[in-house]
Ligand binder design. Structure first.
Ligand SMILES: C[S@@+](CC[C@H](N)C(=O)[O-])C[C@H]1O[C@@H](n2cnc3c(N)ncnc32)[C@H](O)[C@@H]1O
Length: 267
């Protein structure tokens, strides 16, 4: 990481996915434009912040499974978001201090924030790259030299694929990601779910046209396609809160049918 790089230009007139998410999670890194975009979706579904918390909890349980039970020691977290108090490196290293992690996000603000956090950590790196160009993204990750992409690793796509539009061809992008998984690697994915009710449609309209400009709610069928050819880890692709819930999981979440998650393994 280049410590001498200047702070990124922040466009205060446009909402940022990373900052809107931070606001919904009760964080401190957001601007007025982000709060307006978040409030537009909250006006439609007041419990929308719970989707963000449910996602975060799914990520914690998923990473715990990957490191504790699946033996994963390398993690590629794509669309990693702003650092929080429960980062993937902390969750994984609480189980095995040797886990190596590369965070990737297309928002340079994430890199700027991560610098301070990672200044004393040579087992974690941050890369600015775009999931819409998976070939370049994997090349840049390989160039960092921290992960051995020929050995098993976990690719995390937690809360990011729903920010790809249909024109971006998310199924094609996922195929490109799966192709780059080495045998024994895992894919963790969580996504807004179209549960067939009008609430999902209204929420999608608010995400797309309320200031953020992205946030697609996709069907089970569309999400299953993202795991094509992978062996789904039990209990499969399910409502995120039903994925190996623990004592802290908000199983009665009022928004549980709006969010799905799963983990697949490449043979
Ligand atoms: C909702 S946050 C999720 C953060 C974290 N993965 C989690 O689950 O808590 C989505 C993140 O994906 C990033 N993102 C959106 N589109 C992206 C793309 N095309 N390439 C890389 N990152 C992207 C955003 O900048 C944001 O930080």
């Amino acid at each position: 990481m280049d410590d001498q790089a200047p702070a990124p230009f922040v466009d205060a007139s446009r909402a940022s996915i990373a900052r809107v998410y931070d606001y919904l999670l009760g964080g401190k890194d957001h601007l007025e434009v982000d709060r307006r975009a978040a409030d537009a979706v909250r006006a439609v579904v007041p419990e929308v912040g719970q989707i963000a918390r449910d996602n975060r909890a799914f990520l914690r349980r998923g990473v715990t499974y990957l490191v504790r039970e699946a033996g994963i020691r390398q993690i590629l977290d794509i669309g990693s978001g702003l650092p929080r108090e429960d980062n993937v490196n902390e969750i994984a290293r609480a189980i095995d201090p040797g886990v190596r992690i590369v965070y990737v996000d297309n928002d340079p603000v994430v890199l700027a924030h991560a610098r301070a956090l990672l200044a004393v950590d040579d087992q974690t790196a941050v890369v600015t790259a775009d999931l819409r160009r998976p070939g370049e993204l994997f090349d840049e990750v390989a160039a960092v030299g921290l992960l051995d992409l020929t050995a098993p690793f976990a690719a995390l796509l937690c809360g990011v694929v729903h920010h790809l539009s249909d024109e971006d061809d998310p199924a094609g992008i996922l195929a490109a990601v799966r192709e780059r998984l080495s045998p024994g690697s895992h894919l963790l994915l969580s996504h807004f779910l179209d549960d067939g009710r009008s609430r999902a449609y209204k929420l999608e309209v608010a995400f797309l046209h309320g200031g953020l400009g992205s946030g697609r709610f996709r069907t089970w069928e569309e999400l299953r396609e993202y795991f094509r050819g992978l062996e789904l880890v039990e209990p499969g692709l399910v409502y995120a809160n039903d994925w190996r819930p623990d004592a802290t999981t908000h199983v009665e979440s009022p928004v549980r049918t709006l969010y799905a998650g799963g983990i697949g393994r490449k043979r």
